[in-house]
Structure formats: C-alpha cells, structure tokens
Design a protein around this ligand. Sequence first.
Ligand code: ZN
Length: 137
Amino acid sequence: MGGEGVRYGVTCPECGGAGSCTAGAALMGGQIEWSYETSCPVCGSQVAHCGRGTIPEDLRVRLLAEHGPTGLRADRPPGGGAAAMKVLRAQSGGTPAATKATWEGILAGRWSGTLAEAEQLALRLRAGGVVVVTVRG
Ligand SMILES: [Zn+2]
C-alpha cells in the first residue's frame, strides 16, 4: 500500500496571493482516496478537498507526470483467466470485448496507471486468483 503526492503553486481564491497545493492519491482499505490541500501564506486561508473513487483527471495527469506510470505484471492463470475478466468487468463496467482487451493488455505488460490505480487493480485481480505484481516505471 502506498500513495503518491504532488505539490504545486496555485493562486489563492481568497486573496489572489501565491498559494500552494499539496495533492495526492492513495489506496486505503481497497478504495482510492484522493485529496487536495491548498494553503496561502499571504492570507492564511486553508482549503481541503478530498474524495474517493476515480482520481480527478487533473490530479491523475500531475501524478503521472511527477512519478511516472506504474504497470502490472501478471501471469496468465490456468484456465485462461475467466475469474480475472469477471473482476475487470465489475470494475470497469465495460463490454466483454473491452474487458478482454484490458486483460490481454495487462498480460502483455501494456497496462499502466497511477500507483493507487495499479495497486487497486492488483488487489482485485489477486482476489480473482491472479498472480500479479506492480512495477514502477
Ligand atoms: Zn490568500
């Protein structure tokens, strides 16, 4: 389990001063939790914003830019991975064809995401009986 964070400058919504934002995402109890904390040294305002589930796209882009993608390495399970595909389909809600494409992508080492996303997917695939590890970079 782990998380990734980024820190960047923002314009304070209260006073227009140069504030900073610390944001990140981590896997907590099987759920992705993300947060933004903005603080301003000029007026002292502090704003926190957090949530669960899908990481907001702007944060996702920052995390990938700062830390690079995390991939998965999985062994094709005996029987072809029907359980794994069930797990993937429940997660994405996609069509069977899209799910199969995702699964084949994971097996081929083409899947990547943020660390929290990779850890969550690995956790779910393991629950489906797949031997899978996360790989940084
Ligand atoms: Zn301010």
